[in-house]
Design a protein around this ligand. Structure first.
Ligand SMILES: Nc1ncnc2c1ncn2[C@@H]1O[C@H](COP(=O)(O)OP(=O)(O)OP(=O)(O)O)[C@@H](O)[C@H]1O
Length: 612
């Protein structure tokens, strides 16, 4: 069995301003997703933000009225203070409302963010489930999946960023109207002070995106190393082989590299940021001096001075925020592109437009017609020129050395992959014409690298036919058939016993015991073809004998394919197919092949010799 290839090191991709503007086109789709997450929360959030954007102007304006009124009263003590206190009360109320709105918005953002994260995680899992096995074995695909997964959390920030952006734009609109009424040039001054900061920020965001994107394969490796270094599944080997030093060294090397790459960028960013902030301050003070001169000349009141200076200060902060956030938003939108790209990946195993139901009883069997298969990105053929028929009710054993292509053959039979060349027919019709779900339901496979679910004993069997997870009699019956029932009886929690050590009160099983549990999965469905890929390799000789005796009895009339390296098992099959370098070299019954004296006889003798 092979696993995915090691990740390829990709160079960081440059990201241009144009690309980032293009990426903004992902925002409508993003908002559609947000809306789907919770329409009413999205609506309430938007309304609250619109209300909140009017409060700064209101506060500044009431502030101006208060100052002017105080000055008036100080010049003329006959004026009462009633109006003044009314103004103060109004400002107080506005401040309270503004504060309340901010808190409500933060709350909404966090709730909506959590829901959004859940919603998208589910979508990613659902989409991943539709994809083909070989897509999972491709490093580039994995990088995409990884980036999409990161988006589920990262994008909740984008959500509040975009919302805040709109809110600040509206606030700015309000403030700008006031400032422009006084002197439009102030706005120009403001822009001059801000634009360099914006361009600088945008440049550094591009760099940081390119860096993060380029680091995806290494980050995956870092995650993997973290898992190797601290996980229940790896602890045993790590100890025995004393790997912790090796693992820690590799972790240090990678994480140090990240640190230095990021550090360089962060320092540059901070130096330039300081410079641009200074430019902003110069702009602000130039405007301030201008307004003060006007106030000294008497062309604006002291209240207006406070109002304008306040507006200008707030506008500057807002504009700076908007521009900085623009880069963050467009940045987020680029990451979104990765997210949506993941959803664009389509499975290559296509479904027939008019799928045929799986036959009730197989009459002619499965026929391989010159079938060949090559794994993605692989030069070598894992299977080649395979032509044979698996007859109805036949028990076929696959024999061959490691890497001969046995597992690949059964993966083709269950359409985990489609042949690269040739065809597989069922009842004379291409397997691709059949309904895939129906096919999978009728072809039961237990792989040699079956999963040990950290779940209950019953659930570990129920995964064989998850629709029947509540069907306890069926589960118990399946356990009986694979001889796992004796095991259940010995466990403290019996069928509800938590297995594995990951969770509290879990009981660990031996390799052979796990295998019996996994084997029970095969009996959970009434499959017409059963495939067992080295299902008994961990069983002791007596257990294996019993299992197979039962297997033959229970699958009477059904087709079965067995992969085994034990000839005691193999000889029970009706026919044996010998594979070498992916090709069929012999096929026949145990006796026929022995008489023939070919490859099978040779392998059989080799094993028999070991027992003598
Ligand atoms: N996912 C994969 N991606 C690329 N190559 C693979 C993959 N799985 C298997 N291979 C290659 O295909 C060939 C056949 O592998 P396969 O797993 O079918 O052999 P096998 O006969 O089942 O071996 P074993 O007895 O060791 O289980 C091997 O050379 C292997 O390296």
């Amino acid at each position: 069995m092979n696993t995915a290839r090691p990740p390829k090191n990709k160079r960081p991709e440059p990201v241009t301003l144009k690309e980032r503007l293009d990426a903004l086109r992902n925002l409508p789709a993003f908002f559609k997703l947000v809306w789907q997450t919770s329409p009413w929360m999205t609506l309430v959030n938007s309304l609250l933000r619109i209300m909140r954007s009017a409060t700064p102007l209101g506060l500044l304006y009431v502030g101006k009225l208060i100052i002017d009124q105080v000055i008036k009263i100080s010049h003329n003590h006959d004026l009462g203070t009633h109006y003044l206190w009314q103004l103060v009360a109004a400002e107080f109320a506005l401040a309270l409302i503004s504060d309340g709105l901010t808190r409500a918005i933060t709350l909404m953002d966090s709730l909506l963010g959590d829901l959004f994260s859940n919603h998208t995680s589910v979508k990613i899992m659902a989409h991943a489930a539709t994809l083909d096995l070989d897509q999972f074995e491709d490093a580039e695909f994995y990088d995409k999946l990884e980036r999409a997964r990161q988006q589920t959390v990262g994008r909740t920030i984008l959500l509040s960023q975009v919302m805040s952006q709109v809110q600040d734009l509206i606030t700015m609109g309000f403030l700008a109207v006031g400032l422009m009424a006084f002197n439009p040039w102030l706005i120009v001054l403001l822009l001059i002070a801000i634009i360099p900061a914006f361009l600088g920020e945008s440049h550094f965001n591009d760099q940081s995106y390119a860096l993060t994107r380029g680091q995806t394969p290494e980050r995956r490796e870092l995650d993997y190393i973290r898992y190797l270094g601290a996980s229940d599944e790896t602890a045993k080997e790590v100890k025995i082989f004393d790997l912790s030093g090796f693992i820690i060294e590799r972790f240090k090397l990678l994480s140090n590299k990240f640190y230095w790459d990021n550090r360089r960028l962060s320092i540059q960013r901070s130096l330039w940021g300081t410079f641009f902030a200074m430019l902003g301050s110069i702009g602000y003070y130039a405007a301030y001096v201008f307004i003060i001169i006007k106030a000294v000349e008497g062309s604006v009141s002291i209240g207006e001075l406070a109002f304008l200076a306040g507006s200008f200060r707030q506008l500057r902060a807002l504009l700076e925020g908007i521009l900085t956030r623009f880069t963050a938003v467009s940045q987020g939108a680029i990451y979104l592109r990765d997210f949506f790209e993941f959803f664009e990946i389509q499975p290559k195993i296509t479904l027939s437009a008019k799928p045929l139901p799986f036959p009730k009883t197989i009459q002619q069997g499965f026929t391989f017609e010159d079938v060949g298969f090559r794994y993605i990105n692989s030069e070598r053929w894992a299977n080649r020129h395979l032509s044979f028929t698996l007859h109805p009710g036949e028990k076929l054993a696959l024999v061959g050395e490691n890497g001969a292509g046995k597992t690949t053959l059964v993966k083709l039979l269950s359409r985990l992959y489609d042949p690269t060349e040739g065809r597989i027919l069922l009842e004379g019709i291409d397997l691709k014409e059949y309904d895939l779900a129906d096919l999978r339901l009728n072809v039961g496979i237990i792989f040699q690298d079956y999963l040990r679910y950290q779940m209950s004993f019953a659930q570990n069997i129920a995964v064989g036919n998850i629709n029947q997870k509540e069907n306890r009699p069926l589960i118990v019956n399946s356990a009986k058939q694979s001889l796992a029932d004796i095991l259940a009886a010995k466990l403290p929690g019996q069928y509800d016993q938590q297995l594995g050590k990951r969770f509290a009160d879990g009981v660990e099983l031996s390799g052979g015991e796990w295998q019996k549990v996994a084997l029970a999965r095969a009996y959970m469905r009434d499959a017409q073809l059963l495939i067992l890929d080295e299902p008994t390799s961990a069983l002791d000789a007596r257990a294996e004998y019993n299992v197979f005796e039962r297997f033959a009895e229970l699958t009477k009339g059904k087709s079965a394919v067995l992969i085994s390296h034990r000839f005691s098992t193999v000889r029970m099959a009706d026919r044996i197919l010998v594979l070498e370098k992916g090709e069929l070299v012999e096929i026949g019954s145990h006796e026929e092949l022995l008489i023939k004296g070919g490859r099978y006889a040779e392998l059989f003798d080799l094993q028999a010799m070991g027992y003598r």
